[in-house]
Design a protein around this ligand. Structure first.
Ligand SMILES: [Fe+2]
Length: 235
């Protein structure tokens, strides 16, 4: 993806979230220059991958296969071994009409996916077989505390305010319908490095063509701009 396109998508998402009166934490608005001045106090943001995150899942076709995310809170996966610290995560996402997040499940993370406004969120569901294929058994899910049974591969339509609880090993694929959707996620710790099982292998983070300077950093940019221990050299 081109950096200029990523910049445009972030500015556009800020406008969309603003229209829905969804306010982001202060670090969402830090410029790359601000990031360069941050010290160890900002370490949690970097270590738990909070912030802007855009993916085209390696498709090269973001409009049709892609997802725009901002992670507001997350714990470190090692917290599970100590059962301390944050064991939870929260994200806000922007999902376009017909813009697909491909079929996947999580081994560790259960998550609530919430329609926070806009159009309808369409979610296709399959149980996983023991060897991680798509099962043809009916799927039982909790939709806002009410159990629903749907056929394998059936598509659930969530209107604004509605949410579904996706347990571990439940395959899900989603996209927007009618108009763009503001989507929330409240979940257990999010670990993109180890906990995503995509049915068809995909790329998680895009290759970026640097045709402009970044407006805001993506989580994958922190390593280039955030060096809290770097020695300051007077010039
Ligand atoms: Fe998921």
């Amino acid at each position: 993806m081109k950096r200029s396109e990523i910049n445009r998508l972030i500015e556009d998402a800020l406008g969309f979230m603003g229209n829905h009166q969804f306010c982001l934490p202060p670090f969402a608005h830090w410029s790359p220059e601000t990031w360069r001045k941050k010290g160890p106090e900002a370490q949690e943001i970097v270590e738990t991958n909070l912030g802007w995150d855009i993916t085209d899942f390696g498709s090269g076709d973001y409009e049709h296969i892609g997802l725009f995310l901002f992670t507001m809170r997350n714990g470190h996966p090692s917290n599970w071994s100590t059962m301390s610290g944050k064991l939870y995560a929260e994200k806000i996402m922007v999902v376009g009409v017909g813009q697909v997040t491909p079929m996947h499940f999580h081994w560790q993370k259960s998550e609530d996916i919430i329609n926070r406004g806009g159009g309808k969120l369409m979610i296709q569901l399959y149980n996983a077989t023991a060897d991680e294929d798509l099962d043809d058994s009916p799927v039982i899910v909790s939709v806002d505390g009410v159990l629903r049974t749907v056929a394998a591969g059936e598509v659930l339509a969530l209107s604004p305010g509605e949410s579904v609880t996706l347990p571990t090993r439940l395959y899900h694929k989603f996209w927007g319908a009618e108009s763009r959707v503001l989507v929330g996620e409240v979940s257990m710790v999010n670990d993109d490095a180890r906990d995503n099982r995509f049915y068809d292998p995909v790329g998680r983070f895009p290759e970026i063509e640097e045709d402009a300077s970044p407006f805001r950093l993506l989580v994958t940019d922190y390593q280039d701009f955030y060096q809290p221990d770097a020695e300051v050299v007077d010039g």
